[in-house]
Design a binder for this molecule. Structure first.
Ligand code: COA
Length: 349
């Protein structure tokens, strides 16, 4: 191994800088409680038929009253760490994508770090809503190939049920709770693992999907609570149109950046917001339905956790094997979007 001089002039081993970032393990956790379309029929003026035909969602999971995002995240994280065969102390960076941290501050990542006892890690959150996992992948790759991090835990987690207004039928049928995690490390091989990531955002359209109160613009008052401003507001139609166009464009960019074609993608893992959105995006890209992972029917839209939950399911049921090329794409509040092409490596041999 080559050596270098430290600041004090002593000779020490130089750590080699990796050429790529690979995913070594994944995990998912979703709460036990199921909220079905039949349950929602008793809560708002809706029907299983409407929800199914407009969204493809049949049920979603809801966190128990004593379960917060970091609790869900911890269970998914532990599974990802176990798959990789790592120890908690191996992790030097924890990144959490979420818009529903346990508290406004500290970050969900720091709360998770404390629970895991990951004393060697630096921990921080990314706020990119449903694109949080892809943003996290982009950052993880950059940290690993620059030598700034060696082993990263990346989590997407949401307890959206805490910010959904269950008297508002246009949003409450869509969202659910869950957590998905991956662990990544650097590799000396140049052409493996995360082959490309492309991300984008447009703050002009922020109010198409947002939570008006609780931040510095509208701090909590009796009035904000009475007006239900601590729950998410959305212009669903507009988001739908922009999302489908945006996901197609950013997918093409990531596939191009990976020097691949659409046909090279073995499995497509889109953000699970609405089956019609998934279907329209896949059709625009020319990806056949048998290559598309769908979990939205069982979990609804779980925002930052939807891609790692779908990834974990496809890895554990054998649809994803070592060397498979995966296309992932997300779209969310911000507005934010992102896509990635990943060669699945799995645990180190
Ligand atoms: N049950 C029954 N009717 C409902 C309903 C529900 N849960 N929610 C809305 N409706 C009604 C509306 O009130 C409207 O009635 P009106 O015509 O009498 O005014 C009618 O259904 C049509 O509403 P519309 O909003 O045009 O339906 P849509 O086909 O666009 O579907 C969404 C609505 C929300 C399912 C769809 O726009 C969507 O999925 N958008 C993207 C949302 C999303 O995924 N956001 C997160 C992105 S990460």
């Amino acid at each position: 191994m080559p050596s270098e001089l430290s600041c004090s002039g002593k000779k020490r081993e130089r750590l080699s800088i990796p050429k790529s970032a690979v995913i070594r393990g994944c995990g998912a956790y979703y709460p036990e409680r199921v909220l079905s379309n039949a349950d929602l029929e008793h809560m708002v003026d809706t029907s299983d038929e409407w929800i199914t035909t407009r969204t493809g969602i049949k049920e979603r999971r809801i966190a128990a009253p004593d379960e917060a995002s970091s609790d869900l995240a911890m269970k998914a994280a532990q599974k990802a760490i176990d798959m990789a065969g790592w120890e908690i102390d191996d992790i030097d960076t924890i990144i959490v994508g979420t818009v529903t941290p346990d508290y406004m501050f500290p970050s969900c990542a720091c709360t998770l770090q404390g629970k895991l006892g990951a004393k060697n890690a630096v921990a921080f959150d990314i706020s990119a809503a449903c694109s949080g996992f892809i943003y996290g992948l982009s950052l993880s790759r950059a940290l690993l190939v620059s030598g700034q991090a060696r082993r990263i835990l990346l989590v997407g987690v949401e307890t959206l049920s805490r910010i959904v207004d269950y008297s508002e039928r246009s949003t409450c049928v869509l969202f659910g709770d869950g957590a998905g995690a991956v662990v990544l490390e650097g590799s000396p091989e140049p052409d493996v693992g995360v082959k490309s990531v492309a991300i984008g955002s447009d703050g002009v359209h922020g109010e198409l999907l947002y939570m008006p109160a609780g931040g510095s613009r509208n701090p909590a008052t009796h009035d904000t609570v009475e007006k239900k401003l601590h729950s998410m507001k959305m212009n669903g139609n507009e988001v739908f149109k922009i999302a489908v166009r945006g996901m197609e464009a950013i997918s093409r960019k990531a596939i191009d950046a990976a020097a691949c074609t659409i046909d090279d993608i073995d499995l497509f893992i889109p953000h699970q917001a609405n089956f019609r959105m998934i279907d329209a995006t896949a059709k625009r890209l020319g990806i056949p339905e048998e290559k598309v992972v769908v979990t939205v029917d069982r979990f609804g839209n779980t925002s930052a956790s939807s891609i790692p939950i779908a990834l974990d399911e496809a890895v554990r049921d054998g649809r994803i094997k070592e060397g498979d090329m995966l296309g992932m794409v997300a779209f969310g509040a911000g507005l934010t979007w992102g896509a990635s092409v990943v060669r699945w490596e799995g645990p180190a041999r």
